[in-house]
Structures are given as structure tokens and as C-alpha cells.
Write a protein that binds this ligand. Sequence first.
Ligand SMILES: Cc1cc2nc3c(=O)[nH]c(=O)nc-3n(C[C@H](O)[C@H](O)[C@H](O)COP(=O)(O)OP(=O)(O)OC[C@H]3O[C@@H](n4cnc5c(N)ncnc54)[C@H](O)[C@@H]3O)c2cc1C
Length: 421
Amino acid sequence: MKRIVILGGGTGGTMTANRLRRRYGADEAEIHVVDRDDRHVYQPGLLFVPFGLADPDKLVRSRRAQLRDGIAFHESEVERVSLDEDEVVLASGETLPYDVLVIASGTVLQPEETDGLVWSETVHTFYELERAVALRDALARFEGGRIVVDIVDLPIKCPVAPIEFAFLADWWLRGRGLRDRSEIVLATPLDGCFTKPIAAEHLSYLLAEKRIELETEFSAGEVDDSRLVSYDGRALPFDLLVAVPLHGGAPYVARSPGLGDALGFVLTDPHTLQARATPNVFALGDATDLPTSKAGSAVHFQGELLVENVARFLAGREPEAAYDGHVNCFIETGFGKALLIDFNYDLEPVPGHYPAAVGLPLLRESRLDHLGKLAFQWLYWHALLPGRELPGIGPTMPRAGKRIPAGATPGKATGKAGATT
Ligand SMILES: Cc1cc2nc3c(=O)[nH]c(=O)nc-3n(C[C@H](O)[C@H](O)[C@H](O)COP(=O)(O)OP(=O)(O)OC[C@H]3O[C@@H](n4cnc5c(N)ncnc54)[C@H](O)[C@@H]3O)c2cc1C
């Protein structure tokens, strides 16, 4: 009997536990999932809450209820991992020994790392449910003025979400007759709205068309009264600040020597998803230092291979080095449209169709992609989390259907771990 412990009962942890339970009978493996609470939030829905497009109550379900029968759920904070002892110590005092450990504990938001970044009547984020609801109420009171959307630093989860927020803010203000009395500024530490040239060109065109100002190479240093001030002294006055705070890994990673990098992200082999520290630990999703986007779609593509490699490890076989960095994201652009990007470590987002020549348009605003984004919520609860296969959607990035121009660059992030946008 093998013992598999999974840290985190979010997207990656739930999906992995369910896939492993399907693969192994109750007499072959014990499966344990640890999470600090029993509230599973559908995070892509947070983008829609401030604009009244999603009901906050409908985004939350019990974590326990998403797990198949025969999976033990432990509701506790993780205190630390002892790699030498092959055990996890929980804040509840319980110790969980393991043969295989899977780390899926995501990220933590760290607003306290930016001076003066304190949530208030005018300073908000939509990256947490309660804050997204507070932002919805602030927007309802908004009578025009300057909205600054700021990415404090990378990596962040769903790196396109702040761009989507700016697009939706434009749509929302127009609908209320407030657009002519308002400015929208998107401030980013990057040198453009996007790291990859082809997608950056498309998105920059849309930002300009919607009169959204782009403030580049802006490294937010402090919030000073009603101004956001960068380290190089530039000040952005605001009436409403929507900040995406600094992200770090779960604090227990730093308390577990050898597991993570300086930001608390788990050092992970980009192709096998094995932790660099030791072969019986695997990691996926936002918790890792993988140089691809921190997104639910990436977690889904990683999950299939991770389960295969856990099985290989338990059978004494070599892991498959097959994850190619595949990720895709629907970018909501407002007015019932969205565009889709699909890329991997080797290829930046390019135009065409996904997953094949007949499919969803890539890098082109369409109603179909908007419907795809909305459909994702149903797929999330009913196919992704239960660990079901999606017909025609494989973990490896498809090239059929893509128009790949000569000189297209790799999709992999450069500079900062996981900083792909
Ligand atoms: C606003 C927003 C919009 C998004 N939009 C999209 C989108 O359109 N498409 C897309 O693909 N992705 C999107 N994402 C990103 C996606 O939601 C995440 O990438 C995905 O959920 C990551 O899954 P995960 O399993 O790695 O982490 P999570 O799902 O966050 O799970 C981590 C779990 O670990 C638990 N945990 C952490 N530390 C501890 C501890 N010490 N003890 C116990 N438990 C702990 C947490 O409670 C949490 O349940 C969006 C995210 C946000 C915030």
C-alpha cells in the first residue's frame, strides 16, 4: 500500500487527487489532500465580480465535495515538509508520512510587501473574492475619474487578468456614460503590455483603440495617499487603484530547506514536474518556478503528465520528460468578445486556430472565444476537477491550425521565473 500526500486542494491538488484515485484502487494507494479551508473558489470568475457579471456565491464550492470517495481530506495549514523524513507536519499537530508528495499549494498575495498598499475605499484588488466584492461596490459608487490598474511585479497568476480588467472597465464605463469623464491607466513593470512581440502588437492595438493608457517599466514602490509612486520616482495619481500585489509561494516552502527558491516557489524540473530536491516529490501549477504562465489551463495540461510520472516513480521506472510548457488563456476584451492565446516553452502565441485548423480563433477578437471563456466554468467543475479527459484537447501544444511566422520567438519567460505574460 502506497501513501500519496497532496498539499493544496485547489485546481491542481483536486484534479491530481481525483486522477490518482481513478488510477489506483483503495487497496493500492492511500490518497491524502491537505488544505487550510473547505472553500474552493473558481478564480477565473473573480474577474467578472467587480462588473456584476458573476454572482460571488456561485463561484464557491466545498473542496471536500470535489474529491472522489476514498480520498482523505485534512483541513489544516501546512507547517513544513521534512524531505529527509518523507513527512509533512501540519499546524494541527498531525504528521503525514508519504511515499510520494505532490505540491499544489499555489501562491499567496503579499500586499504588505508594498509600502502603503492597504485595501481601502479607493485601493482594491480583484484577486480575492472578498476584495472583488468590495471593488464591485466601489465601482457602483464611481462617478468618473482616474482608474489605475497596476501589476506590482511578476510572476502573478493569470498574467493577462489585469489587461482583461482594463478592457472590461472600458466597457463598463461606456455602458454607464462615464467613459468621457474617466481615464484608465494600465501600469506594468514590463516594457510592453505583453512579453511576446506578436501578441503584444495585437493587445497594444486594442488598448489604444479603447483609449487605455499604458505605463511601462513601472515598478510600484509605494502607495502615497492617492498616488502610486514607482521606485524611479514617477507618480500616477488615481481615484481608484486596482492593484495586483506581489505573489510568493506558500510560507511553509521557505520553512522546508531545499524545496524552494527565494520567492518560495518550488524548484521544479520543467519537463518531468519532479521537484529538483528529490525524486519522490512532484509539483504543479502556481506553486512551481516553471517558466510558463501561472494558469488553470497550464495546471490541467501538467496534471496528466504528473499522474503518469507518479505512477512511473512508484513502479520504479524513469519519468517521462514530456511537459512542453503548454498553456492557453482566453482574454476577455469587453462587449461580449474575447481572444485566445495558446503557446508553450518553444513558441510564442501566434494567430490561427485552436486546437486545429477548424477551431477557436487565436489572437483575434471573437464572440466564439468569449463563449469559450464562459463555458470554461462548467468544464472546470464537471471535467477538469473530476480529472476527466477533454476530447480533442491534449496536454501537448498543437501546431496544426497555427500560422507560425518565420522568426516567431519562444513562449518561455525570460528574466523572471514564471513571468510569462
Ligand atoms: C483573477 C484571476 C483570474 C484568473 N483567470 C484565469 C483564466 O481565465 N484561465 C486560467 O487558466 N487561469 C486563470 N486564473 C489562474 C488560476 O485560477 C490558477 O492558476 C489556478 O487556480 C492554479 O491552481 P493551483 O492548484 O496551482 O493553485 P490554487 O488553485 O490556488 O490552489 C492552491 C491551494 O493551496 C492551499 N494552500 C496554500 N498554502 C497552504 C498551506 N500552507 N496550508 C494549507 N493549504 C494551503 C490554498 O488554500 C489553495 O486552496 C485566474 C486567477 C485569478 C486570481
